[in-house]
Design a protein around this ligand. Structure first.
Ligand code: TYM
Length: 337
């Protein structure tokens, strides 16, 4: 297998809703720190959003806004390859091929499929079921060493490893087997109103979810209303099982301030939840403020955004095509003239 000097990282986010504090702390923030050390590919997973009905004009707008937000979050397009998934045809091409090497039983066991089909019983389409095959293609095309994701995507990365291993066993070394790369703090940010569920852009309760582009007053309101726990103790202590609401707020505060849980417990010792919640809100406001301002600025510059996604797609297609040629040859497809 070809060796490049730097190890490769790759990840994506669906533009199915606005970016959330969860996708920022669980994913993007960690990506920005990796640019010097790794060869990094990040994309807007627009094809994945089609498993649910989208309003076309909104999807287009959100995809471009997401690119602006990636850049505002510190993903320098000079150092990272930033592209739109649907601009690199090899994703759907390899997605189909991999679906022929992924078992019905494996796809049936995916918790995201089970959750989403329970929530959208009237639209359990084939794409929702084979979603992990497209995700495996997204990953394997670039031969990455690591895939930085939040906890909820770990199962999909594990399935990708299984499918790649199966393919390699049949045809010889073709794909690098990637590792999930999960952050220590922020890997699973929970809803502010129902801390047993992850904070999600598809959440119907808008108060539980903080968006990257929320205005400071909105963020403060959401944190002041955040659910804390009904235990009698009323103190700020990290205990996910018995105090999921407070523990989630502590996790967010830790991720935004860099303080560890012991320091946070000491800071709020004897102060109760009423003092704690606005402090978490303020820390989030200050973390997101520069990102929001910079995103708004970049979103206006359509020509710049186009130059970024065009260059990104060219670089990504070049790499993806190399893998695709190898795959087609191995499975017996006639080479294109
Ligand atoms: P998506 O769009 O749901 O989420 C994008 C990334 O954000 C992380 N994340 C969270 N992390 C912590 N707490 C949360 N509440 C939270 N919500 C979201 C997710 O774990 C993810 O890393 N299938 C993927 C997109 C995708 C992809 C890929 C990712 C498509 N192809 C290839 C990696 C590699 C998804 O729906 O993520």
């Amino acid at each position: 297998m070809e060796e490049t000097a730097k190890k490769v990282m790759l990840s994506g986010i669906q533009p199915s809703g606005e970016l959330t504090l969860g996708s920022y702390l669980g994913a993007i923030r960690n990506w920005a720190e990796l640019a010097d050390q790794f060869d990094c590919y990040y994309f807007m997973a627009d094809l994945h959003t089609l498993t649910a009905r989208q309003v076309p004009a909104e999807l287009r707008k959100r995809t471009l806004n997401q690119l602006a937000q990636y850049i505002a979050c510190g993903l320098d397009p000079e150092k990272n390859t930033l592209f739109i998934q649907s601009h690199v045809r090899q994703h759907t091409e390899l997605g189909w091929i991999l679906s022929c090497y992924t078992m019905f039983g494996e796809l049936s066991r995916m918790t995201q499929f089970k959750d989403k089909s329970a929530k959208n019983a009237d639209n359990i389409n084939g794409g929702l079921f084979t979603y992990p095959c497209l995700m495996a293609a997204d990953i394997l095309l670039y031969q990455p060493d690591f895939v930085p994701v939040g906890q909820d995507q770990k199962q999909h990365v594990e399935l990708t490893r299984d499918v790649a291993t199966r393919f390699n066993n049949l045809y010889g070394e073709t794909f690098k087997i990637p590792e999930p790369y999960i952050p220590k703090v922020g890997a699973r940010v929970m809803s502010l109103t129902s801390p047993e569920n992850k904070m999600s852009k598809s959440d119907h309760d808008q108060n539980g979810c903080v968006y990257l582009m929320d205005e400071p007053e909105v963020i403060m309101r959401k944190f002041k209303r955040a659910v804390t726990d009904s235990d009698t103790e009323k103190c700020v202590r990290f205990d996910v099982e018995n105090k999921p609401g407070v523990s989630n707020l502590m996790q967010i505060y830790a991720a935004c301030t860099g303080k560890d849980y012991a320091a946070i417990e000491a800071e709020f010792d004897g102060l109760g939840y009423g003092a704690f919640k606005p402090k978490v809100g303020e820390a989030v406001v200050e973390t997101l403020r520069p990102l929001r301002e910079e995103s708004l600025r970049i979103m206006q510059d359509k020509a710049y955004l186009e130059s970024v996604y065009k260059a990104g797609a060219e670089k990504a297609s070049y790499v993806a095509n190399k893998t695709m040629r190898k795959v087609k040859k191995k499975i017996g497809l006639v080479a294109e003239p």
